[in-house]
Ligand binder design. Structure first.
Ligand code: ADP
Length: 446
């Protein structure tokens, strides 16, 4: 496990951010990331598989047909536009669908196809003729549970009679009510109420138990305890599965606690971000107004697809948004004080191309990577709270995983000595030249 130093994105600096924003952020980031993700993340690294019994055959599949799914389920999968299993699905699915069922712990970064893998597992094991809950899936937040519900609904659209219940706040069951749905997806607290307080279903009859986003789940002690209590109430022959985007000691010790009996452990190493294909520039300015002027020059000089602009504070971000809007740009402003619905809608609009510019602060953009963004502007260079150069954040904003080989453009504004020193520090840290650009003569960019 030593080699997997995979930390959740921005983990090291997370604790220095405003608590009001981070108290909820892990689950929120995960959800916003899913919203942004319109397609599969292509992984190049090899899958690592650990299991106690190396004599049991482990094979992988290159097609969905090879899994011998129910025809109506296969049809659902194809209707979603999935032609072939993703990297993690190739290895996980044969084991997930094997009989007798086998427990699994699987880790791979967001967007690699985990949700689709366990949804498929639940749906292939469910018997629509039996009118009681047979699959139970736990997610850390309301939004994430709804999202899984949507995927499950879509994938099962040809499975006549399949019923899904969402066990999330605001969904009530009546005392004495017995659920006839086949799949329950929900957050741990509400699922506990349904199972233990209202006895709306018999947890002993659950055949497949999924704990998704384990790394987000353990960031809340309450969720951890509730998940453990639910898991303990399951029948010992229930198939138990745990998924996580990150892999560290805390996640693993929780995983091993809730997934008993020698689970197969599957890990997919995260792709490293790099500055390989990125052209980096800096522009010297004397003040904020000057930076805005330089920005205007850039937008009129070069054709920019979609761009993100990072500011140090909410105040600068909203000031800039106003100025740019005044100049006729369609800009979105993503800011930490907005609630999750508002942020989701701004991100969706940007993803759908309704706005070409997204202005944001560090906090609200944490963990959000927008694949179609070709230009990143550091209106302010990233600094840690104690005003040190923040190289990690710089890389997150600008770096790309080599997967698409797309080239990008990064423009950094420098005003004064401190930011110049920061720039030089970052340049040295990554060993890649950041070229000077004259704001009045931008020919060098192209
Ligand atoms: P994760 O749970 O690891 O974040 P998802 O299962 O949500 O990943 O998949 C990420 C994106 O890729 C989703 O938009 C999903 O619809 C899509 N996807 C998943 N599996 C496949 C596949 N085999 N082929 C094409 N797209 C897929």
């Amino acid at each position: 496990a030593q080699e997997f130093k995979d930390q959740p994105e921005g983990e090291s600096s997370e604790s220095t951010e405003d608590t009001e924003e981070t108290g909820q952020s892990k689950g929120e980031i995960s959800f916003l990331q899913k919203l942004l993700r319109t397609r599969l993340v292509q992984a190049k690294a090899d899958i690592e598989v650990l299991r106690k019994d190396p004599t049991s055959p482990l094979y992988s599949v290159k097609s969905f047909e090879a899994l011998h799914l129910k025809p109506e389920l296969l049809k659902g999968v194809y209707d979603m536009g999935f032609n072939a299993p993703s990297k993690i699905q190739e290895t996980a699915l044969p084991t997930l669908l094997a009989d007798p069922p086998c427990n699994m712990i699987a880790q791979s970064q967001s967007g690699t196809g985990k949700t689709a893998a366990f949804t498929l597992t639940m749906l292939s094991r469910v018997d629509v003729a039996l009118d009681y809950p047979q699959c139970l899936c736990l997610a850390p937040t309301y939004e994430l549970a709804l999202q899984i519900g949507e995927v499950t609904r879509e994938m099962s659209k040809h499975m006549t009679g399949l019923q899904i219940s969402l066990a999330v706040r605001a969904q009530k069951v009546a005392r004495g009510e017995q659920l006839a749905s086949h799949v329950i997806i929900g957050t741990p607290g509400t699922v506990m109420d349904w199972a233990f307080k209202f006895k709306a279903f018999d947890i002993k009859k659950v055949r497949v138990f999924v704990l998704d986003e384990a790394d987000v789940m353990i960031s809340q002690q309450g969720h951890q305890d509730q998940s453990t209590r639910l898991q303990r109430a399951l029948s010992p022959d229930c198939q138990m599965l745990l998924f996580s985007a990150t892999y560290d000691a805390d996640v693993m010790s929780f995983a091993e606690k809730v997934i008993p009996r020698d689970p197969v452990v599957i890990k997919l190493r995260r792709e490293e971000e790099s500055l390989e294909n990125i052209r980096q520039y800096y522009i010297e300015c004397s003040n904020q107004q000057d930076k805005f002027q330089a920005l205007s020059n850039i937008y009129s000089a070069i054709s920019i697809g979609q761009s993100m602009i990072f500011c140090a504070t909410r105040k600068t971000a909203s000031w800039l948004a106003e100025k740019m809007t005044g100049d006729g740009h369609a800009v979105g402003l993503l800011s930490g004080e907005l609630d999750i619905e508002m942020r989701a809608s701004i991100i969706k609009r940007f993803r759908d191309g309704k706005e070409k510019v997204l202005i944001t602060t560090n906090v609200s953009a944490r963990g959000i990577d927008v694949e179609q963004v070709t230009v990143v502007v550091n209106f302010d260079l990233p600094m840690t709270r104690d005003l040190q150069p923040d190289c990690e954040t710089y890389l997150h904003r600008i770096g790309r995983t080599g997967r698409f080989g797309k080239s990008g453009l990064a423009i950094n504004f420098v005003d004064g000595k401190r930011s110049m020193n920061t720039l030089k520090y970052i340049e040295k840290h990554f060993g890649r030249k950041i070229n000077k650009l004259d704001a009045d003569d931008l020919d060098a960019i192209e």
